[in-house]
Write a protein that binds this ligand. Structure first.
Ligand code: F6R
Length: 605
């Protein structure tokens, strides 16, 4: 998705902005641009392509101690130099970078064109620069001009605005698209993502929806869209620049897969109580009585977050015996859901900024729902909107495809299920069994990672298939869905996940030597049924890669992972599928960390 970075202070802005934009590259983009002000003169550079192309296009004389930068992910108008941000007003005085979508852009554009304004680009964002440009002439105050302009805007935005006549201040505003301020020593930053600031400061302030800020080298002030001042306390981000490096790995994705023994240990740290065999989850903000009162759990999230929610629902039903299900947040928010007082809602998001999930949380809150968040990014919008929750502590996830956040979310659900179970009917003996199982996960993940060479070979063997089927039963089904998701998004090989039990109700027709199947076959009470399914596939000459706890003659190839408790096995069974997708994508020479058409955090509808 689009990225914003802004700087005001004593230093040369362009290198800082370029560095910040590089840190945002992981979010996905197609063009990039910068604007700086020097001696009351506005300069811009914009290019279709990479931040490196922009850096090459910035001349040595591109000086200025205040500036804004942007990486664009096209929504209105194709990727091009002209459509890239910053957008400038007709008088060439105001520069604006914008994330989000202006819904009434056509109407505003028509109105402005009727008043003689000439537009350069096809973007919705240019209406902002043109509007602010007109207002600033009337008010001679950038803050006032932005406030007034935003009154006529319908849609979502995170913006940063500079005025060549006021080279000491930047105005930023947030409505649905994140903006975070970074506090430095006699310098200030703003960005759409902490990643852009982390090299310069760890002191940050998140803006709320409907909030604006004026930032200057010596500080900032925040206020609402009706001009009421707000008070904000900075907080310290516990990630540092090192978390954003690839650590010597060829790809961030491989780094993040390999980190999982540590990230799972961090998700678990301090949360398992071996005396009472319970989970300590202080962030839930619920006492035992309240925790007992829920009769249903509804989990929402998008994409892989939703699949981890399916895993979570299964864990909660099994361990706590509370009916639980997961639904894509993107669907949930549009179907006017019935919100019940005795349902516990759980929103999942690695970034904490996914717009569909955030909108679903806001809808739930409007209707009085009790919502917990399982979120990786501390202080993010979803973390702030929810009544409590569990932070993953997995560290920043840079590669577009989610791996370590997926696994940590599943682990967080196991803790939540243990917690819900132990205030209900889960026995101390079962509680102990789960606690022991959770403690073993990091070591077992390490063991699975040692299978990488073998998985790489298998990935090469299967990568040239035109498509793949992924099947799993009950606990294995979310594993299959996540395995298919990883493969399709990074290798572009079509992959479809099906419950193994449903195969004979339709998709069996597809089985042939050309369409291999990845079968998730844990050693659980459904083992025999799963082996029967393998037989059915085999009888249709389908090739089978089995992922489970044993080998089987029914499969062509097997990946055997260590066994844990049946309820926790899906977590471990997912890891080889991450490596499989990674090596298939490498074998096919794909852009592993930045797959085509995708963005790291989807902050638009
Ligand atoms: C898949 C993937 C996406 C995200 C989804 C939700 O690998 O990364 O499907 O899981 O866009 O993102 P978050 O968790 O940030 O809300």
């Amino acid at each position: 998705m689009c990225g914003i970075v802004a700087y005001v202070g004593p230093k040369d802005a362009a290198p800082i902005l370029l560095e910040g934009l590089q840190r945002l590259e992981y979010r996905g983009y197609d063009s990039a641009g910068l604007a700086v002000v020097n001696a009351k003169s506005l300069k811009t550079r914009k290019v279709k392509g990479r931040v490196a192309d922009l850096a090459a296009a910035v001349p040595a004389k591109f000086k200025g101690t205040i500036g804004i930068g942007h990486t664009r992910w096209a929504t209105h108008g194709a990727p091009s130099d002209v459509n890239a941000h910053p957008h400038i007003d007709q008088e060439q005085r105001i520069a604006v970078v914008h994330n989000g979508i202006i819904e009434n852009a056509d109407e505003l554009r028509r109105r402005l064109e009727g008043e003689g304004v000439k537009f350069e680009s096809e973007t919705d964002s240019e209406v902002l620069s043109q509007l602010i440009g007109r207002m600033v002439k009337e008010t001679e105050s950038l803050r006032e001009a932005v406030l007034r302009a935003l009154k006529s805007v319908v849609g979502t935005y995170g913006i940063a605005v500079i005025d060549e006549q006021r080279p000491g201040e930047i105005v930023v505003a947030r409505n649905g698209s994140p903006i975070v301020l970074g506090l430095g020593e006699k310098e200030m930053f703003a960005a759409s993502d902490v990643a852009a600031l982390i090299r310069y400061t760890r002191q940050v302030v998140h803006l709320e929806d409907g909030e604006l800020a004026v930032i200057k080298a010596d500080g900032f002030n925040t206020f609402t869209s009706d001009a009421r001042e707000t008070a904000k306390e900075p907080f310290t981000v516990d990630w540092d620049a090192g978390h954003y490096d690839n650590g010597g790995y060829e790809h961030y994705l491989l780094k993040e897969i390999s980190e999982q023994p540590d990230t799972v240990a961090r998700t678990l740290r301090g949360r398992i109580d071996d005396r009472f065999h319970i989970a300590h989850l202080g962030g839930l903000n619920m006492d035992a009585r309240e925790t007992r009162s829920f009769r249903r759990v509804k989990i929402i999230g998008c994409g892989s977050a939703y699949y981890s929610g399916q895993m979570g629902a299964q864990l909660i039903e099994e361990l706590a015996r509370i009916p639980a299900d997961a639904e894509p947040a993107s669907e949930f928010r549009y179907r006017s859901p019935v919100v019940e007082p005795d349902t516990l809602y759980v929103a999942i998001s690695q970034s904490g900024e996914t717009y569909d999930t955030l909108a679903a949380v806001q809808e739930l809150k409007r209707k009085g729902g009790r919502v917990l968040g399982i979120v990786n990014t501390v202080g993010s919008a979803i973390a702030r909107e929810t009544d409590g929750g569990i932070y993953l502590h997995a560290g920043p996830e840079v590669s577009v495809a989610s791996t370590k956040a997926f696994i940590s979310t599943a682990v967080a659900f196991a803790l939540l299920a243990l917690h819900l179970g132990r205030v209900r009917d889960l026995s101390p003996a079962d509680g102990r069994r789960i606690c022991e199982g959770l403690r073993r996960l990091p070591e077992q993940i390490k063991e699975i990672l040692t299978l990488e060479d073998r998985i790489k070979e298998l990935a090469k063997k299967y990568a040239d298939a035109p498509g793949m089927m992924f099947v799993g039963r009950v606990r294995g089904y979310p594993v299959a869905r996540e395995g298919a998701q990883k493969l399709k998004e990074i290798s572009y090989v079509h992959a479809e996940a099906y419950p193994a039990s449903e195969l004979k109700h339709g998709p069996l027709a597809l089985i042939s030597p050309e369409l291999p199947t990845v079968a998730i076959v844990p050693d659980d009470e459904l083992l025999d049924k799963n082996l029967t399914t393998l037989g059915e596939i085999r009888a249709r000459h389908g090739r089978i890669l089995m992922v489970g706890h044993r080998t089987s003659e029914a499969a062509d190839d097997c990946i055997v992972v260590p066994k844990n408790q049946v309820e926790l096995d899906p977590i471990l069974l997912t890891i080889p599928l991450q490596l499989f997708a990674y090596h298939a994508a490498v074998a096919l020479d794909r852009d592993v960390d930045r797959p085509r058409n995708l963005a790291k955090s989807v902050t638009v509808e």
